[in-house]
Design a binder for this molecule. Structure first.
Ligand code: NDP
Ligand code: 2IT
Length: 445
């Protein structure tokens, strides 16, 4: 790392003790930024990096609710409003027992650069709770969401901060959150949340957007090597919103997705995942991947283990952070891997990224490859602001344009900085320069 940035990094790490994921995200970005500071000493003088690493506002609150047996439960809620240089804070809410400040901050930090790369007017933020929705009834989830919003509502708004979904937060949760916001404020402010249902202000393609966008980005990377997804053997991790839609899109483009996972195990389906059955099991029944395997002939289910043991030419990690380590990366490379498109946020460890890059594997980092979700959220905000709703075809066309644009900007930036094909460098520098320029223009705030 550049010596000038090293000491800033040390200060940031010391100021934020115990937040391993946030440290990892900061270090990864700093490693790309040396050459930018050679060209732009004004960024150092204005302490842009120090300011970028300090969230504009961090909100932590108690979320009390009662479970179905009448017992009081207490969770912790978070919203980190990281950077508003380019627009209102924008980013998802994650409900998962592992959530703590370090995870929310890593996600919020990445979101700043991701949102900048989309070219849409959105700043970066993230939130969530250590609430575990698994095994909870709809009524429990509703009471939790109502309590969560009873605090959060005062901090958000169409021009302030616009949350959406992430792990554990989908259409059901956004519905309960929106209902409570509307009830408290007595305002039908559609643009306050994205990921809404289609009949009450949502956008077509938003549910598919992250997975579709990841595959479109991956397709663009493959094109630079004169190939495409057609005929590729793909492994996807996860079986949630991002994974399912990545599987669907990859197969539409002629790939065969032979495996996917959940936190309990993985399935191998050499004929190609049956997306309709997967949607039925996961989205309608809220079941487990094991149930998918039991209902389809010729599928094997592996309890525990790692889905990265399955050979693939294209890997799409779509579950969670640090799910793919250096050993798994080396195994995938030995198995003939050509490309990785990160649907999840920071799923590859720094060791894994190094293995992929050394082996010449095309590597699309999450902040570029999975930006289709938040970009389509921005399209939802646009539709809400104009009280309009667009067709599926039109919205998907916009998503495709945006993803191709992000790919090309990352590639061009990597070329400009003398590292052709380095999408990590391209994404970090491309996102950073846009935010840094806006921060400079807006003065010391
Ligand atoms: P979902 O809740 O719909 O699905 C999450 C999936 O990941 C599930 O299959 C889940 O398995 C698995 N998973 C979660 N945590 C772990 C864990 N600790 N170990 C192993 N598997 C795990 O979430 P999404 O699909 O929305 O999100 C997936 C990833 O994509 C996240 O990294 C998220 O930040 C990122 N992302 C999401 C966007 C969106 O629009 N939703 C946009 C951009 C990025 P199980 O059910 O067993 O927990
Ligand atoms: O990580 C992400 O980009 C998301 N979870 C989506 C955020 C959004 O505001 O749609």
């Amino acid at each position: 790392m550049d010596a000038r940035l090293e000491s800033i990094k040390d200060t940031v790490l010391a100021r934020n003790p115990g937040e391993a994921e946030f440290h990892q995200a900061v270090v990864e970005v700093f490693e790309s930024l040396g050459p930018v500071h050679d060209r732009h000493p004004e960024f150092l003088e204005a302490a842009i990096l120090e300011r970028l690493c300090e969230p504009e506002r961090q909100i932590i609150f108690r979320v009390p609710w009662t479970d179905d047996s009448g017992r009081v439960q207490i969770n912790r809620g978070f919203r980190v409003e990281f950077n508003s240089a380019l627009g209102p804070y924008k980013g998802g809410l994650r409900f998962h027992p592992s959530v703590y400040l370090g995870i929310v901050k890593f996600l919020g930090f990445e979101q700043i650069f991701k949102n900048a790369l989309t070219g849409m007017p959105i700043g970066g933020g993230k939130g969530g709770s250590d609430f575990d929705p698994r095994g909870r009834s709809d009524a429990e989830v509703m009471r939790f969401c109502q309590s969560f919003m009873t605090e959060l509502y005062r901090h958000i708004g169409e021009y302030t901060d616009v949350p959406a979904g992430d792990i554990g937060v989908g259409g059901r949760e956004i519905g309960y959150l929106f209902g409570q916001y509307k009830r408290i404020t007595n305002r039908y402010e559609s643009g306050v949340l994205t990921g809404k249902g289609i009949s009450w202000g949502g956008s077509l393609v938003r549910p598919e957007a992250t997975g579709f966008g990841t595959v479109i980005f991956t397709q663009e990377m493959l094109k630079t090597r004169g190939t495409s997804l057609d005929g590729q053997r793909v492994v996807v991790s996860g079986s949630g919103n991002v994974a399912i839609n990545a599987i669907a899109k990859a197969q539409t483009l002629g790939a065969t997705v032979v495996a996917c996972s959940d936190s309990s195990g993985y399935v191998v389906d050499e004929a190609g995942i049956d997306v309709d059955l997967l949607r039925e099991v996961k989205e309608v029944e809220r079941g487990r991947l094991k149930d998918y395997a039991e209902r389809r002939a010729g599928v094997s289910y592996v309890d525990g283990g790692s889905v990265w043991d399955v050979d693939a030419t294209v890997a799409l990690p779509c579950a969670t952070q640090n799910e793919l380590d250096g050993d798994a990366a080396a195994r995938l490379v030995r198995g003939g891997l050509l490309a990785v498109g990160e649907g999840a946020n920071m799923p590859s460890t720094r060791d894994a990224v190094a293995v992929f890059q050394e082996a010449g594997v095309l590597f699309g980092p999450g902040k570029a490859a999975n930006a289709g979700g938040v970009a389509t959220s921005a399209l939802e905000m646009q539709q809400n602001a104009s009280r309009d709703s667009w067709s599926f075809e039109h919205t998907e066309e916009r998503l495709t344009e945006i993803m191709v644009g992000i790919h090309d900007r990352c590639a061009a930036t990597a070329d400009e900085y003398g590292e052709p094909g380095n999408y990590v460098l391209g994404a970090n520098i491309g996102g950073f320069v846009k935010v840094a320029d806006a921060m400079l223009a807006q003065g010391l705030i």
